[in-house]
Design a protein around this ligand. Sequence first.
Ligand code: DX5
Ligand code: ZN
Length: 215
Amino acid sequence: MVLVAPSMLSADFSKLGEELKKITVAGADWAHLDVMDGMFVPNITIGPSVIKALRPHSDIVFDTHLMIEDPVRYVKEFADAGSDYITVHVEAKGDISAAVDKIKELGKKAGISINPDTPVSAVEPFLDRIDLILVMTVQPGFGGQLFRENGPEKISALRKMADTTGREILISVDGGINRDTGKRCIDAGADVLAAGSYLFKQQDMAEEISLWKRM
Ligand code: DX5
Ligand code: ZN
C-alpha cells in the first residue's frame, strides 16, 4: 500500500494548523515537513518551534525532512517537537553518521536523503541502521520543480539494496511528484510519495489521495 505524504511546503503558511487538519481529513498518511536553513539549500522555512506548535493539531505521522548543514546539532529539538521520522541529507556538512545514531537513540525513525546527482551507493554505510531512504527527484530548496528522470532507476536500485538487508527500510520519493511520476516511482519500488504543489492545487485532495493509494 502506497503511503501519501503531502508536503506542507505548499500549504498556506498563514494557517498551517488548519492545513495540517485538511491533509489529515483528506486521508494523508504522513505530513512531510520541509526544514531549510538557507545554507544547505538557498531557502529558509520552518524550525522546531513551528513543528511543536503543529503537533497538537493532528495525530498524523510527522515526516521531518532536514535540509540543513550539520544536522546533528538540531536532531534533539526536532525529536522533542514531535517528529516521528527525521531524515538528514548525506551531502550535508558534519557527522551524518552521528546524526543518524542520535535520531535512533532518541527513539525516532531515521532517514537518509540523497540529491538527484548523488549516487545510490552513498546510502550503503547507513543501511544497517536507517528506516527510510528519501530519494530527491528535484534539487532540494523549492517546491514546484520538474521531476528528474533518473528517479525511478535510482529507486529500483535502492529497493534491491534495501531488500538485501532483511530490515524494513521504506523508500520515499520527493520532488515533482504527480499522478504520473508517482505511479512510475511506485512501480520502481517506492513506498512513500511526498508531494507538495500537485496535491495542494487539487480541488478535492481526498479524492486524489484515494486514487494514489490504489495505484
Ligand atoms: C523540496 C522539498 C519538497 C517539496 C516538494 O526541496 O523537499 O518536499 O515540497 O514540492 P513539489 O511536490 O512541489 O515538488
Ligand atoms: Zn521534502
